[in-house]
Design a protein around this ligand. Structure first.
Ligand code: MRU
Length: 369
C-alpha cells in the first residue's frame, strides 16, 4: 500500500553480498517511518518478539525468512547432519518468539518440510529461500482475494443504504502492516474505495499497544480512507447509535469449528455487535486457520505480555518519543494479548476462497479446494 504516495510491502529480501531482510519498524509508527534491517535469524526472533514487526501473516513470512537466514548461516557446516541440527535449533527459537498466531508455526513447519525434501546443503538453502518468497507472494494474493469477496458484502450494504456511506468498525490492526499488502480486514475497504463506494472506518484504539490508533489509523490516513479513532470502550456506544453497519476484524488463529482468536477486546466488540444486530465478520487467509483444534477457549494459547505495556504509554513530546507511567507503579497487572470470539457470535468468515459460515462443515471444505 501507499506511504507518502510510494508503494511499499511490509517485508522484502535484499541479496547483494549477503541476504538482508528489510521490514517497516512498526514500533516507531505513526511518528516515524523507518526501515529495519534483519541480518541474522536472531534478528528475526528479536523483531517478532519485540513486535518491531507483528500481525499474523507478517509474522509467518518473517519466520520463513528467518529459516532461510538460519540455513544461510549454516552454509559452511561440515555435513548435512550438522546443518540440519543447527537449522532445527534456530527454527525452535523462531517458534518460541510468540505463542498465539498460528501462521508462525505453519510457516516454520512448512519451510522445514520443504528443506527436508532436498539432499544437499545448497539445495536446502535454495528451498528455504523459495519457500519464503512464495509465502510472501501467496499472502498478498490471499489478501487481494479477501478484498474481492469482502467487497461483495460492502456493495450489498451500500445498495441497501441507497448509496449512502458505509460505516465499518474494526479492532486492532488487520491492515497491510499486519500482512504483506492490502491487509485482511482492510482489504475489502480499499476495494470499496477503489470502486467508488463511500466508506468510513471506526478504528478502535486497542489497548494496551494501541495498534488501532497508531497503525490502522496511519495506514488509512496514508491511503485516503475516512476514519475516526475511538476508545475500545466507545465501540458499543456507536453501535447503539446506529453509526456502524458492519464489523470486520482479523484473526491470529481460527479453529476448525470457527472460533476466532484475535487481539484482546475483539470478544467484547462481537458481543456488542450481536446485541445490536450488526453483522460481525472475521477476515483471514488460509494460513491463519488451525485445522487441528476445535475449541478456541480451551485450546488456543493466549499470549501474556509484559506488565509494562499496560503500565506505561508512549507518544511524542517535543519531537521525541517518550514513555510515561499511567498506573500506580506497584499495582499488579495482567496483560493478555488475545481473546476468543466463539463462532456463535460470528456472521461469517471472509477467506481467500470465499465467504463461509463459521462451521466445521464449511471450514473443512477449505482444505479440499
Ligand atoms: O499482537 P499482534 O499485533 O501481532 O496481533 C495481531 C493483530 O493485530 C490482530 O489481532 C489482527 O487482527 C490479526 S493479524 C491480521
Amino acid at each position: 500500500m501507499l506511504v507518502k504516495g510510494k508503494h511499499y510491502r511490509t517485508i522484502w529480501l535484499e541479496t547483494e553480498n549477503k541476504p538482508i531482510v528489510k521490514t517497516i519498524n512498526q514500533l516507531l509508527l505513526p511518528h516515524k517511518f523507518e526501515i529495519a534491517e534483519l541480518k541474522t535469524s536472531e534478528d528475526v526472533c528479536n523483531a517478532i518478539s519485540s513486535m518491531l514487526l507483528r500481525g499474523a501473516p507478517l509474522i509467518g513470512v518473517a519466520a520463513a525468512y528467518g529459516i532461510y537466514l538460519a540455513c544461510y548461516e549454516s552454509r559452511n557446516t561440515n555435513n548435512i547432519e550438522e546443518f540440519k541440527s543447527e537449522v532445527l535449533n534456530k527454527a525452535n527459537k523462531i517458534k518460541s518468539t510468540r505463542p498465539t498466531a498460528v501462521n508462525l508455526f505453519n510457516a516454520v513447519n512448512n519451510s522445514l518440510s520443504s528443506i527436508n525434501k532436498q539432499n544437499s546443503i545448497p539445495s536446502k538453502i535454495e528451498a528455504a529461500f523459495e519457500f519464503a518468497n512464495k509465502l510472501a507472494e501467496s499472502e498478498i494474493y490471499y489478501c487481494e482475494q479477501i478484498g474481492k469477496y469482502g467487497f461483495e458484502i460492502l456493495e450489498k450494504l451500500n445498495k441497501a443504504k441507497k448509496g449512502d456511506v458505509i460505516n465499518i468498525l474494526t479492532h486492532c490492526n488487520a491492515g497491510w502492516l499486519a500482512c504483506i499488502d492490502y491487509g485482511t480486514a482492510t482489504s475489502p475497504i480499499y476495494k470499496a474505495k477503489e470502486k467508488g463506494i463511500d466508506v468510513h472506518v471506526w478504528v478502535e484504539e486497542t489497548r494496551p499497544r494501541n495498534q488501532g490508533a497508531s497503525l490502522t489509523a496511519w495506514e488509512l490516513l496514508e491511503n485516503n480512507i475516512p476514519h475516526t479513532i475511538i476508545t475500545d470502550n466507545a465501540g458499543g456506544y456507536v453501535m447503539q447509535k446506529g453509526m456502524v453497519d458492519i464489523v470486520i476484524v482479523g484473526s491470529d488463529r481460527t479453529t476448525l469449528s470457527g472460533d476466532v482468536c484475535n487481539k484482546i477486546g475483539t470478544y467484547k466488540t462481537a458481543l456488542a455487535a450481536k446485541d445490536n444486530n450488526i453483522p460481525f465478520y472475521a477476515a483471514l487467509p488460509i494460513t491463519s486457520f488451525d485445522f487441528n483444534i476445535k475449541d478456541g477457549i480451551k485450546e488456543i494459547p493466549i499470549e501474556e505480555r509484559n506488565q509494562d505495556e499496560v503500565k506505561y504509554i508512549s507518544g511524542v513530546y517535543k519531537n521525541e518519543i517518550v514513555r510515561v507511567l499511567l498506573t500506580p507503579e506497584n499495582s499488579n497487572v495482567k496483560n493478555y494479548g488475545f481473546d476468543i470470539t466463539p463462532s456463535r457470535l460470528i456472521t461469517g468468515l471472509i477467506t481467500d476462497k470465499g465467504i463461509i459460515l463459521p462451521k466445521e462443515s464449511e471450514i473443512k471444505k477449505l482444505t479440499q479446494r
